[in-house]
Design a protein around this ligand. Structure first.
Ligand code: ZN
Length: 206
């Protein structure tokens, strides 16, 4: 199954892009920068001309690493996207955006996807009054998210929350009570995965 346990910034290097899997770490300690510094900004072995296939593969990996999914899980998500009405690429972005882990992050309760995943799997996230340990849970309109009040005094999270201003319009957040609600579903402009989804569709359509 290959759950990836090494340094997360190795994944940044694999796709030659900062993935911010642990949040701010990529601002200061990303392997990608170290590598660039060493070579004086010259192209390195991972900044090479890539084939069309290579570009598509990298784009898919970027999305998959960002979502912390293995290949089977990601492929299944794509199958699901293809079965839905409309464009498979847009559907894929929609499915990624509406996962519980992404929502916890978007609400500003966690600094990164890894942080959000941990919060959920440790049982610190309630959805509609029930503990839910499923990061892949797909949120619906009206869902109420509440974070364990015990986490309120966590200094790192507190500072992050207070400075966090990027809450999307499809979510509302009550920072004081560590709660939030899904008030509408995200549309195209809200999709936040930094990938070109058409490349992923091309990859899987061959
Ligand atoms: Zn990084």
């Amino acid at each position: 199954m290959g759950r990836y346990l090494g340094s997360v910034c190795k994944l940044c290097r694999r796709v030659n892009d900062k993935l911010f899997l642990k949040g701010e770490r990529c601002d200061t300690k990303c392997t990608l920068d170290k590598r660039k510094k060493k070579t004086g900004g010259k192209p390195t072995r991972f900044v090479k001309k890539t084939s069309e296939y290579g570009k598509r593969l990298t784009e898919k990996q970027k999305a998959r690493f960002s979502a912390r999914m293995n290949e089977d899980q990601f492929r299944n998500l794509f199958k699901q996207a293809r079965k839905m009405k409309g464009s498979p690429g847009q559907n894929l972005l929609y499915l990624l955006e509406t996962r519980l882990d992404n929502v916890v992050k978007k609400m500003g309760f966690a600094q990164s996807m890894i942080g959000a995943r941990q919060m959920i799997s440790h049982g610190n996230v309630k959805v509609n009054n029930r503990n839910l340990k499923v990061p892949a849970y797909r949120v619906r309109i009206g869902d109420k998210i509440v974070i364990n009040p015990k986490l309120k005094e966590n200094i790192g999270l507190k500072r992050w929350r207070e400075n966090y201003t990027r809450i999307p319009t499809w979510l509302t957040v009550d920072k004081e009570n560590l709660s939030g609600e899904i008030i509408s579903l995200p549309s195209r402009a809200d999709f936040s995965y930094p990938v070109d989804e058409t490349l992923i569709v091309e990859l899987y359509s061959r």
